[in-house]
Design a protein around this ligand. Structure first.
Ligand code: PMP
Length: 369
């Protein structure tokens, strides 16, 4: 064992005293804390992945397709089919999870001397990736019910003139979607102020009651929409995120991407998953129904619930959210305390997992009143 601690090393000043991001990975019967898809991949898809990976393995002495052309073409096809907006290979870029997509975007458009603005509470990795890339972070406001107040947001953008604006829709951890008019207004404000890049993080959009914002890409070269296969495709372990944008944005991120960042195994696995899109989107429909059931039952029990367009639900209000988190955990169910005062977040699981969660919070309500 070493006596050296992180802060004994000459780490960058902004990393001193910080902890790595991550939800507790606890071994409990029901884990509903990381917005994963609870359904394992269907067996025919597992077989297809094995087949494609076997083929790819024969060429592992070579570097993979650096530009992941086939994968980007298939992703563009998926977006075109589901997003009411035609996109080609040149509009799409892929990386190891949308976290890496966002990191590449901040390496390209943020960095030292530049700033990014997000509306909090939101996905906390945006701020952490900003820190990791030396980008200054600005926290913009949300209303009491976690919506983005357009006038206040426009003032924040005009006042700070950020280089990058993040809009997460549906938002994590609150679950609510951002209307297209808001995104249009904030894009215009960001162009008037700088002009800056606007990144719409649509990690959960397949679970939404509404439609993707992909059609907004038309005529907006500074707009980027980031997506992932971690949620709707049930493939969090695959690590595949992607973006859709003007081809110039795709060219720009190539200035910072590591050569051959996307392994041949990742590309082969993602291509196999895309062949099974329809089956996987069938699970999404089941999860949406379970999400709606969670919202209804939580309200019936007497909790406040934020409107959800995602595969998770924010519920409260607790005088002490962390204590409530612990009491739910004592009943064998792991949910997430995102540090939003008074609120917790639960991911939609299988019907059985959701029943176990609902039993736990019903008991908690009886205990706490
Ligand atoms: N964006 C949002 C809003 C998320 O909640 C997450 C995952 N929790 C991600 C991006 C990152 O997903 P991944 O890197 O697995 O694609």
């Amino acid at each position: 064992m070493s006596d050296t601690r992180i802060d004994d090393l000459p780490v960058r000043d902004e990393l001193r005293g910080k902890s790595p991001y991550g939800a507790p990975q606890l071994d409990v019967p029901v884990r509903l804390n990381t917005n994963e898809n609870p359904y394992p991949l269907p067996e025919p898809l597992v077989e297809r992945i094995a087949e494609r990976v076997r083929q790819a393995a024969r060429d592992l002495n070579r570097y993979p397709d650096r530009d992941a052309v086939q994968l980007r073409t298939e992703l563009a096809g998926y977006l075109t089919r589901t997003g009411r907006h035609p996109l080609g290979t040149e509009n799409v870029w892929a990386a190891n999870g949308s976290n890496e997509v966002i990191q590449q975007l901040l390496q390209t458009f943020g960095g030292p001397g530049r700033t990014a603005l997000g509306f909090e509470p939101s996905y906390s990795m945006h701020a952490l990736i900003a820190r990791g890339t030396g980008t200054g972070w600005l926290s913009g406001p949300r209303t009491e019910d976690f919506a983005i107040d357009v006038a206040a947001a426009e003032r924040a953008i005009a006042g700070h003139r950020p280089d990058v604006v993040f809009i997460t829709t549906p938002n994590n951890p609150t679950g609510n979607a951002v209307p297209a008019e808001t995104v249009r207004a904030l894009y215009d404000a960001a162009q008037a102020a700088k002009p800056s890049m606007v990144i719409v993080d649509e990690a959960y959009v397949e679970f939404s009651h509404g439609e993707s914002l992909l059609p907004l890409l038309a005529g907006r070269p500074h707009l980027v929409i980031s997506r992932t296969m971690s949620k709707a495709f049930g493939a969090a372990g695959l690590r595949l995120g992607y973006l859709a944008a003007d081809p110039a944005v795709v060219d720009a991120v190539q200035l910072v991407r590591l050569p051959y960042h996307l392994s041949a195994i990742t590309q082969a696995t993602a291509l196999a998953a895309l062949e099974h899109t329809d089956t996987l989107l069938g699970y999404v429909e089941q999860l949406k129904a379970e999400r709606d059931r969670l919202v209804g039952e939580l309200r019936a029990i007497g909790y406040d619930v934020t409107e959800s367009d995602a595969n998770f639900v924010q519920f409260g209000r607790f005088p002490d959210a962390h204590e409530a988190w612990r009491k739910i955990l004592d009943r064998g169910v792991l949910v997430r305390d995102n540090g939003v005062p008074g609120w917790l977040r639960v991911s939609a699981g299988t019907p059985e997992e959701n029943d176990a969660f609902l039993d736990a919070v019903r008991e908690l309500k009886k205990e706490q009143g």
